[in-house]
Design a protein around this ligand. Sequence first.
Ligand code: FAD
Ligand code: SF4
Length: 501
Amino acid sequence: MANPHWLFGDQLGPSFIKAGADGPARDAPVVMIESRYVFRRRRFHRAKAHLVLSAMRHRAAELGDRVTYVRADTYREGIRQAVGREPVTVHHPTSRAALRLVRSLDNVTVLPPRGFLVPQEDFAAWAGGRHTLRMEAFYHQVRRDHDLLMEGAEPAGGTWNLDHENRRPPPRGARSLGASPPYRPREDAVDEEVRRDLDRWERDGDVSFVGRDGPRAFPADRREALAALRRFLSHRLAGFGAHEDAVLADDPTMSHSLLSSSLNLGLLDPAECVEGAEGAWRAGEAALNSVEGFVRQIAGWREYVWHVYWYFGEDYRTSNALGHTGHLPDWWNELDADAVSARCVATALRQVRDTGWTHHIPRLMILGSYALQRGWDPAAVTDWFHRSFVDGYDWVMLPNVVGMSQYADGGRMTTKPYTSGGAYIDRMSDLCGPCPYHPDRRTGEDACPFTAGYWAFLHRHRDSLGRNARMSRAVRGLDRLRDLSALLEQERERAGADTPP
Ligand code: FAD
Ligand code: SF4
């Protein structure tokens, strides 16, 4: 009889049970463990808890008699309960804590990771000896190695990067991009059971969640994930590129793929996503800027983030290059969007509260930027993103929040902090018009919290950012502000009050 194979809750697609030299034995019995302790430890978004549990239970139902599904307090207890001391295989888990756990169990053999395009050895070979690990250079290597969007040795269209075509503001006057709606699943009996369990856990006082658990909005099984991918490729990919960085208050999804949770649960393989997109370009169904933009997100950013999580080591988690120690206010922790007047923050927070998802720009240039300007503790900000987003996992949150969004790694991932004044948000969205604040004002009642916050942030880090070639000009701009003292006083008062903007 083959050794059992253990599936974590983010290893739910077919590739995680594919037999082979670096996979489980053919027809290996499968073990899955549902640990309530995970939800007890931290206050997750309820829609996230729902999605993960629904996806695990859907997978267990598909595997039928082949799976032993254990409900236990901890993974350690669960695996003992399922197999005793019998030898078990497991694919390399996605977090350092889970890897430590499986390595500490002497009956567990850890197989290589699945669900990513680039093996860890290839990343190490690419990274070894490099002074800086920039995503762009890594992405070119992935394109070459995987023959993705290539024409011989050259990138398709003669250029690697079409970002300049993909940073357009929203169409003037439009309230929506007019993209075909994204795939949305229909809930079933498994979802009903999950919702009943979550209600009961909350009633028992066992766990506490935040956010709304509306109808499930993201795929929970392979069939749904494939339907979402097909729908994106055939109806939405063509419009993906041009307005990728734009934000519209009434159109949260625009042309984004909404595939992150399916990829991160293991329901989709990145190869099928990027190959599907390339196929659409070769068939003349989508222009190169859209297809390259999408391939860059998955073959570039997603792979890069996965590898730097492991490459930068455990200490990366506690990086705090800017020495930020501020706490997250209650309105933020509670996702209390209705308490917020600043239209951009209220809009992004509302999307998180209602769905556990926003697209990249609200995460980076609204929520993340707000936290960075206020000097909140990057570890607490990372934890908040992890708990509040349906696609949040340790490996993906750490580089995205510690590195990209909070610049807490001092520039190991990005060349400068991602933050801006209100003018950027105004240019890239329709949010500022009806907002009680004004993007051009930095002092006074209607001073935009992003514009004032940007200057206060630059002032606080004047010395270190002044030495950064990409920030020094902006820092010198502080000298031209005649109202700097008033602005700093105003921001001190605002921060002290802890009230929503
Ligand atoms: P699309 O815009 O359609 O992009 C396609 C795919 O590319 C995504 O599904 C995702 O799998 C991948 N991708 C793009 N950028 C990244 C990135 N920086 N890191 C990893 N994958 C990427 N992504 C997550 O998957 N989980 C997270 O917890 C997460 N947290 C983030 C936190 C912050 C502060 C920031 C700035 C970004 C974060 N991202 C995260 C990256 C990105 O915002 C989301 O992947 C994306 O918004 C998900 O929506 P989508 O599927 O429609 O993406
Ligand atoms: Fe946000 Fe400032 Fe624009 Fe209001 S004016 S929506 S606070 S950027």
